[in-house]
Design a binder for this molecule. Structure first.
Ligand SMILES: Nc1ncnc2c1ncn2[C@@H]1O[C@H](COP(=O)(O)OP(=O)(O)OP(=O)(O)O)[C@@H](O)[C@H]1O
Ligand SMILES: [Mg+2]
Length: 185
């Protein structure tokens, strides 16, 4: 059984993966570590981030998998898994979490925009795998991990199917003018 834990930065992937590993015994594979084994194709100087080739990442991850596993981190939503869990977070809460990392305003804005636009979920659905969403805004990582554990046992409640989380209604205006104080969260 392979569970991928994906989501915009700050949605809680690493924390939830650790908690889930603690209650299931599944081994954690982080995509960043796997990427360093031959999947880095360049560097995005402006974003100070590595550029990862998803095909090479899949190969590196496949080599690391031995038994039940949790794959967590950037690009986890594009990898082969029995269930892809996309963690979601209310943009206002996400902004708080990312601000506490002292990231640049631009980087925070880009990630909030991605979260509002359901980017990771849409990309995951393009892979035609089983995709679920969990909103971590008001949940502890323990609660989120328990929900995933139930999913492993085969129980997936309707409310976790993609489509019920919608930030656009409340935060759509932020996309039009993210720098305006009027729309700032
Ligand atoms: N369910 C949660 N409720 C409240 N805060 C949370 C929750 N999960 C994580 N956090 C907090 O949000 C922050 C981001 O969590 P975490 O580092 O696990 O995110 P991430 O998705 O792994 O981010 P990245 O993609 O940058 O690795 C941390 O400070 C963490 O304590
Ligand atoms: Mg992380």
């Amino acid at each position: 059984m392979i569970i991928a834990i994906a989501g915009t930065p700050g949605t809680g992937k690493t924390e939830v993966a650790k908690t889930l590993s603690g209650i299931t015994g599944f081994k954690i594979i982080t995509t960043k570590n796997a990427a360093l084994h031959g999947a880095v194709s360049g560097r995005d100087a402006m974003r100070k981030a590595m550029i990862v080739d998803p095909t090479k990442l899949q190969k590196a991850v496949s080599k690391m998998i031995k038994g039940d596993s949790i794959i967590e981190g950037m690009l986890a939503h594009l990898l082969k898994a029995d269930i892809i869990v996309v963690l979601r977070c209310n943009p206002a809460e996400l902004q708080k979490r990312l601000k506490s990392r002292k990231w640049s305003a631009r980087k925070i804005r880009e990630n909030m925009q991605a979260e509002i636009l359901d980017t990771i979920t849409i990309e995951a659905l393009g892979k035609r795998r089983k995709v679920v969403e969990i909103d971590t805004s008001k949940k502890s990582s323990k609660e989120a991990a328990r929900i995933i554990k139930n999913m492993i046992s085969g129980k997936i409640a309707k409310k976790y199917k993609p489509g019920s989380i919608d930030w656009i209604k409340k935060y759509g205006n932020y996309l039009l003018d993210p720098e305006s104080k009027r729309f700032n969260i």
